[in-house]
Design a protein around this ligand. Structure first.
Ligand code: HEM
Length: 490
């Protein structure tokens, strides 16, 4: 732990409060975009396809971007107030770059109707889309700005940690692998932050190459790149971004949960081995997105399946075991914070399991491009990452030891969880009934029973999203008021 004076702490707090309020404003708007898509698929409203795909693109990019940005900001706050000296100015610089990127994407999708989906599958953005050409350019530039912001934010945190703890190998815990006990303890959040952000930095660089190639194509239409190369680059970027957002959240669970259970959660050899293995597997798991690309070299396909299986085992199994040990017979008071951490871990496990099922080549042949895919990633993002984020936000406004219980927030929280699982269940059932993903209008499905089932499930999902939004509103009541208070909770 480093000593930080109260003035600097206050500056860090101001920054994270700014981030948190921005997140709380954007999150429900992005959910409403999702609700509109479900209402359209359920045939309760009529969006034209251009609008549907523009909303889908904004929703996908927006959710993934906003969740990662908040996760990075949370780590910046926790690390900057406890473990390493971080610059608040750099934090604000990242914040404003992200805002510029978000505004660019809002304009490109809502006004320019850019609708190529989050991964801009090359050469789709340039080939006969219904959107305006300028919106393609603006989307690419906005994504470059976001990537630069994340690169600066991540590199700043990793560099400051390496300076504080004596180099990169210390950050990934190699000092624990010798016979002697290390002289200085490594906090788990430092280990996990490094394991998350370093592959993140690699993926941002891959994303930069992808986006610059797209930008060149935008200015020079005669260029032609290899679509397979671009697909590999964008999936390495996108898959890794979402994957590490989860791990960032897990990082603060290792640090904050012990404050509630009263048990230590220290780094040891097992933890170092498992998180180091995860570091390696994160880099190769994305291959499972390319099973349908028959021109992809075969060994990569097998590598995808093996890495997907192996990447879930060490970090996930060790963390689940750790969470159970934290709670088992502990004297934890069940306030909203430990509940979010427990249920967030459960959401990670459930969504992760469904993802591993889908990463199995023989099963992927059936489930690929059905609603099973959004089902699993929505599970660990919405019931994993988002719950970890709410745990963190409540931690900011409530004192950890006082264990305040806010009945309104708790009721809102349970409504949110029930609504979310209802919404997710409809995606899973859709997948099991072969309802295709990314279909704006299920009326276009030739098989009547699949069309009817898809529309029925979409309507049911929309009702559940209504419940979820009501719960969110109740949680916001206490959260926003407390975040806006000038002082830290006592
Ligand atoms: C209650 C909240 C949410 C609702 C109602 C919702 C709804 C939807 C819907 C209806 C789709 C289109 C599915 C399809 O037919 O293919 C979708 C896609 C997507 N959603 Fe969500 N979602 C929510 C939360 C989230 C969260 C938390 C994330 C975080 C990453 C997320 C990321 C995405 C992405 C990446 C796509 C795919 C976009 C694409 O294919 O380009 N969503 N969502």
């Amino acid at each position: 732990m480093i000593q930080i004076d109260s003035v600097e702490k206050k500056q860090h707090r101001k920054l994270i409060v700014t981030w948190s309020i921005t997140f709380l404003l954007l999150f429900p708007i992005l959910i409403i975009l999702g609700l509109l898509m479900r209402l359209n698929q359920g045939e309760w409203m009529k969006l034209n396809p251009d609008t549907f795909y523009a909303l889908m693109t904004l929703h996908g990019l927006g959710m993934a971007g906003v969740l990662f940005s908040l996760a990075l900001a949370a780590l910046h706050y926790l690390i900057g107030t406890r473990y390493a000296r971080l610059s608040v100015k750099t934090g604000y610089f990242v914040y404003f770059l992200v805002l510029i990127g978000v505004v660019g994407l809002l304009i490109a999708t809502l006004i320019g109707k850019f609708g190529a989906g989050w991964y801009l599958l090359y050469p789709l953005p340039f080939k006969g889309g219904s959107w305006t050409s300028w919106s393609t350019g603006l989307s690419i530039v906005s994504l470059i700005i976001l990537g630069v912001a994340w690169l600066i934010g991540s590199a700043h945190v990793v560099y400051a940690l390496a300076k504080e703890y004596g180099g990169f190998t210390k950050l990934i815990g190699w000092q624990y692998l010798g016979k002697e006990e290390p002289k200085e303890e490594l906090p788990a959040i430092v280990l996990i932050t490094t394991i998350s952000l370093v592959p993140g930095i690699m993926s941002f660089l891959a994303g930069a190459v992808f986006l610059i190639m797209n930008l060149l194509q935008f200015f020079e239409p005669n260029l032609a790149f290899d679509p397979l190369l671009l697909k590999n680059l964008v999936f390495f970027f996108g898959h890794t971004l979402v994957n590490i957002t989860m791990y960032c959240g897990v990082g603060w669970v290792y640090t904050l949960l012990p404050e509630f259970t009263g048990r230590e959660w220290k780094v040891n050899k097992v933890l170092v081995y498992s998180w180091n293995a995860t570091f390696f597997f994160i880099l190769f798991a994305y291959f499972h997105h390319l099973y349908m690309d028959f021109v992809q070299p075969l060994p990569f396909q097998y590598a995808g399946q093996i890495a997907s299986y192996l990447s879930t085992v060490p970090a996930t199994a060790i963390t689940m075991f750790g969470v159970i040990v934290q709670f088992y017979h502990s004297r934890v008071k069940w306030s909203i914070i430990p509940i979010t951490f427990l249920l967030g871990t459960a959401g990670w496990a459930i969504g992760g399991f469904a993802a591993v099922v889908d990463s199995t080549i023989s099963i992927n042949k059936v489930l690929h491009n059905t609603l099973w895919v959004p089902a699993h990633f929505h599970t660990y993002m919405l019931m994993g990452v988002v719950l970890f984020i709410f745990g963190f936000l409540y931690y900011l406004v409530y004192t950890n030891q006082k264990q305040r219980i806010d009945e309104n927030a708790k009721l809102g929280f349970w409504l949110f969880v029930f609504g979310a699982y209802g919404f997710l269940l409809m995606f899973y059932l859709g997948g099991m009934h072969s309802v295709p993903r990314r279909f704006s209008d299920y009326g276009g499905i030739a098989i009547t029973s699949t069309h009817e089932m898809g529309a029925f499930l979409a309507r049911s999902a929309a009702v559940c999203v209504g419940l979820l939004l009501l719960g969110l509103l109740m949680m916001y009541g206490s959260l926003l008021a407390k975040l806006l208070k000038k002082h830290e909770p006592e």
